[in-house]
Design a binder for this molecule. Sequence first.
Ligand code: ADP
Ligand code: MG
Length: 365
Amino acid sequence: MADVSVDIRNVVKAHGAIPAVDHLSLEVRKGEFFSILGPSGSGKTTTLRLLAGFEHPDQGDILIEGRSMRLVPPNHRPVNLVFQNYALFPHLTVFGNISFGLEMRRVPRAELRSLVEAALDMVRLTSKQDRLPAQLSGGEQQRVALARALVNRPSVLLLDEPLGALDQQLRQDMQVELKAIQEQVGITFICVTHHQEEALTMSDRVAIMNHGRLLQVGSPQEIYETPVSSFVANFIGVSNTLAGHIRSLNGSCCDVTVPGLPKAQAIVARPPAGAGVGSPVTLVLRPERLHLSREVSLAGFDNTIEARISKAIYNGSEMHYLLSLADGISWKARVPNAGGSRKRFLPGEAVFVRWTVGEGVVLTE
Ligand code: ADP
Ligand code: MG
């Protein structure tokens, strides 16, 4: 397909007995900001190294811009890798770091200067081109590493935990900046991270990996709102879960019974594909989807269960409540503080937790 930039086809790569990348298939589109998200050890760095050509697949193939990379060495691939620790040359200036690769390739002086100047401009470091890396902040060093890769005009930029070395505030600023730079240069970015908020904020699409396997690919909204498994639901954001069985099914709704909740209190939910009466399922609900009330009335909602507030934490814009349900189950709820203090709940208070069918996701694994 014309709009595919990187096509990973059923790639397996083992370092010893256990595959670091296990039958991975992925298509990344041209000009896309694509993130690979997974816990430490899930095979993210190995995937990037396979794309860069520092490792070779045991099985499968990788196509970049429609061409198999099987026999293409790293320096001939249309990709550049930005390393996790930036790997800047400490004795070279910002300009020197960015121009180094071009000098190695004997790019003529005038062309080199204009390419480096364009790259400096892209990352807004023109005024700091004569500094050494040690004279830069962490965020600026990150931008030098980025410019050094962009100056080669790759088709695909590979970034390994690009913001991992930065502190929280700078990290959030750089998320916005990195996305802006990507939009400006318009090339494909494949970014690896274990930081879920970062992946959701920056990416057009996200792939979730665990144990070398691909679990789900989708837009940030799809991944957050319709996770395909409990692992994805718990890895992305905060999830409340209830494990139970389907008691009855009728069309687009099912009743789920949950051990520990009163028998009469079946939960109404959307049945997952392929599930039947008796199937074990897990209901997943996000904390911001729950409505808390002191009144028992169900008007406007499909489900209500009783709970007690065990903790109430004031977080500025929101209240974070820890709820204890029957049978030792605890849930979290987030409620915007716009309602003022009158509507807040206190620890120990009994509340009704309510939600509509569409706000929950039911999973079979
Ligand atoms: P991530 O980047 O998601 O943390 P990696 O791709 O670095 O994961 O590693 C995936 C798995 O492969 C891990 O279990 C890791 O220990 C193993 N691994 C990675 N590189 C090597 C190597 N050079 N030799 C042996 N095992 C490796
Ligand atoms: Mg890694």
